[in-house]
Ligand binder design. Structure first.
Ligand SMILES: C[S@@+](CC[C@H](N)C(=O)[O-])C[C@H]1O[C@@H](n2cnc3c(N)ncnc32)[C@H](O)[C@@H]1O
Length: 271
């Protein structure tokens, strides 16, 4: 397989233009019936189903998902855990490819419109109950597949030690309370089988920011807390941050200027 090195890296515009990266994006767009005129763009995509049942393919995920898939080298039938799955299309895409997917999220109602919907339901006292697990099951069914979904905090995973061949967490740790990210990475490491791999993406900035984003030093501290092995080849350096953010904005957002990038790293548990 033609893997672009280094594995542990921030977004690069070159990745986005790699045909094999783009093939994955297009496959996911087509699975979600994203209108053709929107094809090859990296904006927010959904399958446009009802607010409660819509699956999502958010902008920076157009880099993060192909990064994971290209580096995952998952064997057929591999048992994979998605930590903080949200409504991300990735879990359904991988399940459809035949992997054995377990997904965990503290809530499936992250999208602010959905949150707004449930606030109104609660305010008006309407007799509608939020059933996260059945919403996830309905989404999986729509994609002709199934995922084993659990409502849980990933800082306390409800699984036995060494259950999964691979564990991943896409853009979740920056949303957790202070200190819980370290608990989560230790938990993900605990449930990983020996010889297994872990994949993590986080919001990244080379400088400390008000919104939570990891610097290179924060990422290295997280990796060290995991107790797992780290391939020392990485590329988290940005020489001209402002220019780089302009490039990201042109690729992903076009309207609001990107304030952070995304960085990804892969860890291995000794066999
Ligand atoms: C930016 S979304 C990413 C969702 C998904 N990974 C994707 O690719 O679209 C962050 C997700 O993390 C979840 N999350 C935040 N804190 C969590 C926690 N402590 N345990 C489990 N999930 C959590 C949120 O509910 C939300 O669905």
């Amino acid at each position: 397989m033609n893997v672009i090195k280094p594995v542990n890296r921030r977004i690069t515009i070159e990745d986005l233009h790699t045909p094999e990266w783009m093939d994955i994006v297009l496959e996911m767009h087509s699975m979600m019936n994203v209108p053709r005129k929107k094809m090859c763009q990296f904006g927010y995509c959904t399958d446009r189903k009802s607010l409660v049942h819509r699956a999502e393919f958010e902008s920076l995920k157009h880099w993060e998902y192909p990064w994971l898939i290209k580096h995952g080298e998952f064997k057929p039938g591999a048992k994979i855990l998605d930590c903080g799955c949200g409504r991300g299309i990735l879990q359904f895409y991988l399940a459809k490819k035949g992997y054995d997917i377990t997904s965990v999220d503290i809530s499936t109602l992250k999208a602010h419109q959905v949150q707004g919907f449930w606030n109104i339901v609660r305010k008006l006292g309407l007799p509608i109950r939020e059933d996260k697990a059945s919403a996830m099951k309905a989404m999986a069914r729509r994609y002709g597949t199934s995922v084993d979904f659990h409502v849980a905090n990933i800082a306390r995973l409800p699984f036995a030690d060494e259950t999964f061949d691979h564990v991943y967490s896409i853009s979740v740790l920056e949303h957790m309370a202070k200190g819980e990210d370290v608990m989560a990475i230790r938990e993900m490491s605990r449930v990983l089988k020996k010889g297994g791999t872990m994949f993590v993406t986080v919001d990244f900035s080379p400088v400390k920011m008000e919104m939570k984003a990891y610097t290179k030093e924060d990422i290295l501290a997280l990796i060290s807390a995991s107790g797992l092995q780290f391939d020392n080849e990485y590329d988290f350096e940005v020489h001209d941050w402002d220019k780089y953010l302009n490039e990201l904005t042109a690729a992903f957002s076009k309207k609001n200027k990107c304030q952070v990038s995304s960085a990804a790293f892969m860890l291995k548990k000794a066999a």
